[in-house]
Write a protein that binds this ligand. Structure first.
Ligand SMILES: [Zn+2]
Length: 265
């Protein structure tokens, strides 16, 4: 388990944060730990943390229109405060910092702060039972995002980490795959998810090209998403449900191998 996750779990236990309702009171949680939250316009950063004599001031960009992003930023800065204040007394974090998860590019403090934020906003003990009792679908991920007051991408990422089903989450732009995440069960199948250009028969392609898509998991050819399938699996299908956001020209799609020969590869 990562340091960010461990630290968040300690905090959750210490403060008995055992319901979704308590987690909505992020500012009170910060105040209790010694960090005050304020809102002010920011030019380049989404959020910052200043530390004076062991106490913190977290400033959140008041121009950010989405409350869910502001909440993630607060939790991220609280993560810096809990874990990193001995190393530095100021943190200026931009939008990119809030989506850093891969250790490949360095930035380990940002990754730790994100892992802390994800665990604080969606604690395993609350999120896991909710995720496991629902069948995989984008609609259910949207419900989870709403219940935990987090963004769709944060909830989807957490869902993939949690589900026992063979699911994958693919982030895409208008024409191509950006990156993908696999659930444990999907990873064990050793399939290679297509990178590069979107297949025109995928729901992701349809949604990003203004075509009609289903608001539920729908069958698509497995070939749309899995590379180098052996011949006897070429006709198989999997389930997919996509969401595309034209304003930012990004989307995410959920894949699910529900049953059949693809699971026995
Ligand atoms: Zn940061």
């Amino acid at each position: 388990m990562t340091l960010g996750k461990v630290k968040a779990q300690h905090l959750i236990r210490d403060l008995s944060l055992d319901s979704k309702e308590i987690l909505l009171e992020l500012e009170a949680i910060c105040a209790h730990r010694g960090a005050r939250v304020r809102y002010a316009p920011q030019r380049t950063s989404e959020a910052m943390l200043l530390v004076f004599n062991g106490r913190g001031i977290i400033t959140i960009n008041s121009h950010e229109p989405y409350v869910t992003r502001q909440r993630f930023s607060i939790a991220h800065e609280l993560g810096h405060f809990e874990m990193h204040k001995e190393q530095r007394n100021s943190f200026y974090c931009d939008k990119k910092d809030m989506i850093r998860w891969s250790t490949v590019s360095g930035h380990h403090l940002e990754i730790e702060a994100n892992e802390f934020a994800a665990e604080l906003l969606m604690p395993d003990m609350l999120f896991r039972p909710e995720a496991i009792r629902r069948k995989p679908s984008m609609a259910e991920v949207e419900n989870l995002a709403s219940e935990f007051s987090v963004s769709l991408s944060a909830a989807a990422r957490r869902y993939i980490d949690t589900t026992d089903e063979a699911c994958a989450l693919v982030f895409f732009s208008k024409n191509k795959t950006e990156y993908s995440l696999k659930s444990k069960a999907f990873s064990e199948l050793n399939y290679w998810i297509s990178s590069g250009t979107l297949d025109q028969f995928s729901e992701a392609y349809r949604s990003s090209h203004g075509q009609k898509t289903a608001n539920y998991m729908t069958s698509v050819d497995a070939n749309c998403w899995i590379e180098d399938l052996p011949r006897y699996l070429q006709e198989e299908t999997l389930l997919e449900e996509a969401r595309y956001f034209p304003q930012i020209e990004l989307g995410l799609t959920l894949l699910w191998i529900k049953n059949g020969p693809l699971l026995r590869y």
